[in-house]
Each structure stands twice: as structure tokens, then as C-alpha cells.
Design a protein around this ligand. Structure first.
Ligand code: TYD
Ligand code: MG
Length: 453
């Protein structure tokens, strides 16, 4: 057995310590540090050629580096490609995270079956049996004749077999069941997950293979989540969405080859995952009736706009300490906006319960939600519905000024495309040329916006 060295690693942020601590000094999380046995460097030397120091490193200037050798290939899904920054880069390690049941295996099986038609592709399943995967592929009507399948959990064996088969793309489903012989702890522990992922990533880099690694996220931190992996992989994307909802969003969290915060939308159907080409339409399925407290805003997701509906309910509170609940929006931001509304809009809501919800399970982290949220609150409080064809966005400052947000013009265009006729936007986001069929109301202060509605 090879010698090992013991380190302590935070499962949240991945920081390493020499001894165990109750709280991580970097990310301040409690009880996240666990013991991690690292195989000493020589023990790791792989037994396949072209590895472990056999390739000679040389110093080059940026100019000398040949750029022509990164042709991306498409995954076959435009939504998936978008999140990856335009396709899969050979030699990259991509982590697909998500809760169990999100549809990671389904997405990758569909992708791999169609990719296998044109290139050598290897799907490694450690969780499901080969029969289960084959049955699913048959049921989904996927092309099953070309994809190479392997049921294996030993990382060393996987790399050896890959060396023989020479695939251009490999899926590892999932990293939590993979193990290496040098490490004594159980599969799924921090040390196994980290070392296995590092080994696979090195293999991917040296052999120019695209490596798609599945990682489960668990609510309790007992299993190593994708957080400990984010250092060594190139892209980390999350497949999110509650299992009771049909829609799944694919979101980039880290990407060395493109923008993050790109959003891809899929729908889980009886026939597998299907792309949703026009996501604005699904988040905007509103009834004919106008309801107080409902406002549509335009969000900017990576490189494209997305229309979402914000709902607010303001109701008299029987509690001494009224509730402020925000689902899909930031709670602290809601408190701040309520203070701004009081100070600059003259509306006192301190004896009211306030509930805010972003429809469709979308999470808004952008400041452009501010103005839409405030106007939704006012609309609910006054029990006065806003027009159905009105769209609102803009950041609100602490002194009640309306601040511009990036890509204002594109947001207005997107709203016009979906049939909206009026827009309340920050003054500095006002388009220079009029947009056909769209009345743009540009506001400078919160009081102006309140006057308009
Ligand atoms: P799965 O890909 O196994 O999830 P993960 O690998 O992320 O754990 O699929 C999860 C869910 O998707 C499963 O509970 C059933 C559902 N599903 C469908 O609704 N339709 C389908 O065609 C398939 C294949 C799965
Ligand atoms: Mg799975």
C-alpha cells in the first residue's frame, strides 16, 4: 500500500488545513472540515503511457501558443452548448452537478447517444446497471448502436480501458461512486472524490478527451459535493429544478471557455429531456385577468434576456413582527426596497406581511428586479392591477434614484417581441430610437415611477 499524507479539507470551499478545525477560517462554515488522505505523489504515477511526467513541459510566450487546436464540437443541444460557452472543448473536464433525480443521467445519455453516431464515445456508469441504461435508451428511442458502455468504478481501470478504446468523449456517472486503490477511505468521501476527479481531469488534458463528470449535490454536507471539485475542473454546470416541476434549468457556475450565468432551459417529458427554445414564453403563462401585485420584468441571463413574472402579496399582519418572505429573490434586498419605498415613496408597510415570489422557480440575483419588485408591492398594497402589457426593470438606489442596468435596449426589444406595449425603464436605458409598437417610459426617480402607475 502506498504511503498517504493526511490533510483536512473544507467540503464547502475546498480550503486545506494542517489540522482539524470546527470552523473553516476561509468560508466561515461550521463543521465542514473533514479528513482527507492524499496519496503521495509517486504512488499516483499512472500505468498508462503518456502520463506522469512523460510529456516534457516547455516555457512559451502567449504568442507562440497555437490557438488553432481548440475546435469545439456541439453537444447536439443548443441550450447545452450555450451554457458551455459554445460547445464542448476537447481536453476539458466538465462537471454536471445537480440533486438526485434532476435528470443528469438522462441528459448525458441523450447527448452521448447522438454524439456517438459521429465520434467514439464512452459512457461509464457506476450507479445504474448496463441493463437499466440500455432500457432507458431504448424507451427514449435513442440511437443505441454506436455508444460504448462500461460499468466500472475504479478510476485506474477506467483510464486504462479508455487508453485502449481511445474515445473522444467520456461520461463518468457519477464521481461519487468512483474510487482509487491508493486511497483508503470509502467512495464518496472528500478524498476519493477529489483525487478521482483530479486523476480523470489529468487524463482528459493529456489525451485531449472531453470528460463529463456527474456529481450529486446533497442537502446535508455528508457527501462530498461538487464544491470540492470546482478547483480542478474547467466548467461546472448545474442542472436545477424541483422534481415536481417539469422544467429544468442548466446554469454555468464556472467556465474557463465562456461566460458564466448562461441559462439553458429543458423540459422533462415522458420522452426524456426536451429543449425549450423560447423560455420567456413558459415563465409567462398568465391568465387573461389582471391581478394586483403581478409585474413582468426582463432579466438578463448571460447573453440573452428572459421575461419573468414577479408576484407580491402585501397583507395586514396580525404579528408584532410582520413577515418578509422572498422566494426567488434576495430577502435582504426586499428589506432594503421596503425602506426605500417608505422613505422615498411615502408608503409605510411596517404593519403588513410581505410575500414575494418569482414565478416558475427562477432565481433572480440581478439588481434590475428592484423597480419591478417595488411596483409589484405598491400594486398589491393598493389592490390595483397594473396593465397586462406593461414590462418593468431597473435598479433602485438608496436615495430613490433609478439606476440603469446593462443591456437595456435588448431587454426592451425582447419585451416588444413578446407583445408588450409599455415599458417603465431607467432614464439612462432609454433607447435612442423609438421601438415600433413600444411606449417607453423613462424614469429618473422612484417618485416618477409611482406617478406613472
Ligand atoms: P435521472 O436522469 O436518472 O436523474 P439523475 O441522474 O440526475 O439522478 O432522471 C431523473 C428523473 O427524471 C426520474 O425521476 C424520472 C424522470 N424522467 C422522466 O420524467 N422522463 C423520462 O423520459 C426520463 C428518462 C426520466
Ligand atoms: Mg443518475
Amino acid at each position: 500500500m502506498a504511503k498517504t499524507k493526511t490533510a483536512y479539507v473544507c467540503t464547502d470551499c475546498g480550503s486545506e488545513f494542517a489540522r482539524w478545525l470546527g470552523q473553516c477560517t476561509d468560508c466561515k462554515a461550521w463543521n465542514t472540515i473533514s479528513e482527507f488522505r492524499q496519496a503521495k505523489a509517486p504512488a499516483r504515477a499512472g500505468n498508462f503511457s503518456g502520463f506522469a511526467g512523460l510529456t516534457e513541459a516547455k516555457v512559451q510566450t502567449l504568442d507562440d501558443i497555437d490557438l488553432a487546436e481548440v475546435p469545439r464540437f456541439s453537444s447536439g443541444y443548443a441550450e447545452f452548448d450555450r451554457v458551455l460557452g459554445g460547445g464542448i472543448v476537447p481536453g476539458s473536464a466538465i462537471l454536471i452537478g445537480g440533486e438526485p433525480g434532476a435528470g443528469k443521467s438522462t441528459l448525458l445519455l441523450q447527448t452521448m447517444c447522438s454524439l456517438a453516431v459521429n465520434m467514439s464515445a464512452l459512457y461509464i456508469t457506476g450507479e445504474e446497471s448496463l441493463q437499466q441504461v440500455a432500457m432507458r435508451a431504448k424507451r427514449l428511442g435513442l440511437p443505441t448502436d454506436k455508444l460504448k458502455m462500461l460499468s466500472e468504478t475504479s478510476v485506474e481501470n477506467i483510464c486504462q480501458i479508455a487508453q485502449k478504446e481511445q474515445p473522444r468523449i467520456i461520461v463518468i456517472d457519477s464521481i461519487q461512486v468512483m474510487h482509487m486503490a491508493d486511497i483508503q477511505s470509502a467512495p464518496g468521501s472528500v478524498s476519493q472524490v477529489r483525487e478521482s476527479a483530479a486523476y480523470l481531469t489529468r487524463y482528459a488534458k493529456q489525451n485531449q478527451v472531453a470528460m463529463l463528470i456527474v456529481g450529486h449535490v446533497t442537502k446535508d454536507g455528508s457527501l462530498a459535493g461538487p464544491k470540492v471539485l470546482e478547483h480542478c475542473i474547467d466548467c461546472s454546470i448545474m442542472l436545477e429544478g424541483s422534481t415536481d416541476s417539469r422544467y429544468r434549468t442548466l446554469r454555468g457556475h464556472k467556465n474557463r471557455f465562456g461566460a458564466v450565468n448562461e441559462l439553458g432551459v429543458f423540459a422533462m417529458t415522458g420522452g426524456g429531456l426536451k429543449e425549450v427554445k423560447n423560455p420567456s414564453a413558459i415563465f409567462l403563462t398568465r391568465g387573461e385577468e389582471q391581478t394586483p401585485g403581478s409585474v413582468v420584468m426582463v432579466l438578463w441571463e448571460g447573453t440573452r434576456p428572459l421575461l419573468v413574472e414577479i408576484q407580491a402579496l402585501v397583507d395586514h399582519s396580525a404579528l408584532g413582527n410582520p413577515r418578509r418572505v422572498a422566494v426567488g429573490a434576495d430577502q435582504n434586498r426586499l428589506s432594503m426596497l421596503l425602506a426605500i419605498l417608505h422613505r422615498h415613496g411615502g408608503l409605510q408597510l411596517s404593519d403588513q406581511d410581505v410575500f414575494v415570489n418569482v414565478v416558475g422557480g427562477v432565481k433572480v440575483t440581478e439588481t434590475s428586479i428592484d423597480l419591478a419588485l417595488i411596483l409589484a408591492l405598491v400594486s398589491s398594497f393598493k389592490n390595483n392591477a397594473l396593465p397586462q402589457d406593461l414590462v418593468i426593470f431597473g435598479e433602485v438606489g438608496l436615495s430613490g434614484e433609478i439606476r440603469p442596468v446593462p443591456s437595456g435596449q435588448e431587454r426592451i426589444y425582447e419585451a416588444a417581441k413578446h407583445g408588450f406595449k409599455k415599458a417603465i425603464v431607467p432614464y439612462n436605458n432609454k433607447p435612442k430610437q423609438a421601438i415600433a409598437g413600444m411606449e417607453v417610459i423613462a424614469v429618473k426617480k422612484l417618485s416618477d415611477a409611482l406617478d406613472v402607475i
